[in-house]
Design a protein. Structure first.
Length: 396
């Protein structure tokens, strides 16, 4: 594993850092970590348009689809410098980090040509229609159905915890086209126009008072035949690729939250002389250091085209660390840390971030599921017993 830049990597890093230093908004004008809402989305899309115009969007995406046509190591360096600059994929993470790599790997030429460039241009917002009320961590038990009717599929069912569905132009949808007994083999992956008839979006307002999550009801939604990604009944493989990409996105950075932000908060609160606070800050720094080392290891593996559990490990540790750091920030402020919105100290809404950060612990698979995956697939430990409802009568 080589963690040092060679000459070409160094030159690219210098070029990217110079562009970011010149173009990234100042700290006072930057969006808060995990910002949401129509205004935040507009600013994120404007930023993506600037990135595209400068030739930095979709570094590994072929030029025919609007990308740079570069290599994985180039994208990795961009990602590292974006984290250093305090940037995050934000509300465009589904489109950029999940839809684009999934379509490149498994989409048809027509789907790639139609959908990828608008995403890179910052012109399309996507959401993810996977989880259901009784199919969250056990996604293979989902009940939303898609029935073939002539030249369309008719979708019936309900999805939940759909982030920013109220702003989405399109969505990726997993639905059952086979019997419930088939589980993984009976699922199909679709691309959906969120402006279609048969879609009802109902808000789920969280403790911060924000409308980030939604319930989505699909009642007679008609989806064209060419909206299937991969094969009919083969959606589990496509969904797995998407979920792997989602974990890589979540584990790829601290969503705009840097150690310097916490250190400055401690200074402004007058807490840096407190030995207990200094010890906590040291532990926070240690956490950032470990996560950076793991990202460098993942980068080395990607550059050598090797595979490993790095994305799942990073997803698990990054989300746990971010929740803890948000707790530290609120503790540093004392009672003032409970204030939100315009009342928050210096406009830094740490209480809001604390509440919102928990959503990352179940996005892309809950922390408990990530531990199970790592235990079973990496350490070779025995699988958890399956509920009787998941055991086929043929095996009894």
């Amino acid at each position: 594993m080589n963690l040092r830049d060679d000459e070409r990597e160094h030159q690219l890093r210098v070029e990217i850092r110079a562009w970011l230093d010149e173009n990234v908004p100042s700290a006072s004008a930057r969006l808060a970590p995990m910002a949401s809402g129509a205004e935040a989305l507009e600013r994120m899309m404007q930023w993506q348009q600037r990135v595209f115009a400068a030739g930095w969007a979709g570094i590994t995406v072929p030029k025919r689809y609007g990308g740079r046509g570069g290599e994985v190591w180039q994208q990795n360096i961009w990602n590292e410098e974006a984290v250093r600059a305090g940037l995050s994929p934000g509300m465009l993470s589904v489109a950029l980090g999940m839809v684009v790599p999934t379509l490149l790997a498994m989409g048809s030429d027509q789907q790639k040509e139609r959908y990828i460039e608008p995403i890179l241009r910052g012109e399309a917002m996507w959401s993810q229609l996977f989880s259901e009320p009784e199919a969250g961590s056990d996604l293979a038990s989902l009940r939303t159905t898609a029935r073939r009717d002539g030249d369309t599929w008719v979708v019936q069912g309900q999805k939940v915890w759909t982030s920013e569905a109220q702003h989405a132009d399109h969505a990726i949808l997993l639905a059952r086209t086979g019997s419930t007994e088939e589980r993984h083999r009976g699922l199909t992956y679709f691309l959906v126009d969120m402006r279609s008839e048969g879609i009802e979006i109902r808000p789920l307002v969280d403790m911060s008072g924000e409308h980030h999550f939604n319930e989505v009801f699909l009642d007679g939604l008609r989806v064209p035949l060419d909206a299937v990604v991969g094969e009919v009944g083969g959606g589990w493989a496509v969904a797995t690729a998407t979920l792997n990409s989602e974990r890589a996105v979540i584990g790829g950075g601290m969503w705009g939250l840097k150690f310097s932000d916490i250190a400055e908060l401690a200074r402004s609160a007058g807490r840096t002389s407190d030995p207990a606070v200094r010890q906590t800050l040291a532990r926070v720094y240690e956490g950032y250091f470990v996560l950076e080392a793991l990202r460098l290891r993942a980068r080395s593996g990607a550059n050598s085209q090797s595979s490993g559990p790095e994305a799942a490990v990073l997803k698990l540790l990054t989300t746990l660390h971010m929740c803890w750091v948000a707790n530290v920030a609120v503790d540093l402020l004392g009672v003032a840390g409970l204030l939100t919105g315009e009342d928050a100290p210096e406009g830094d809404d740490w209480a809001r971030l604390l509440v919102r950060s928990f959503s990352l612990r179940f996005a892309g698979g809950t922390s408990e599921i990530q531990r199970n995956v790592l235990a079973e697939r990496l350490l070779g430990l025995p699988r958890d017993p399956r509920p009787l409802s998941q055991v086929s009568t043929k095996s009894v």
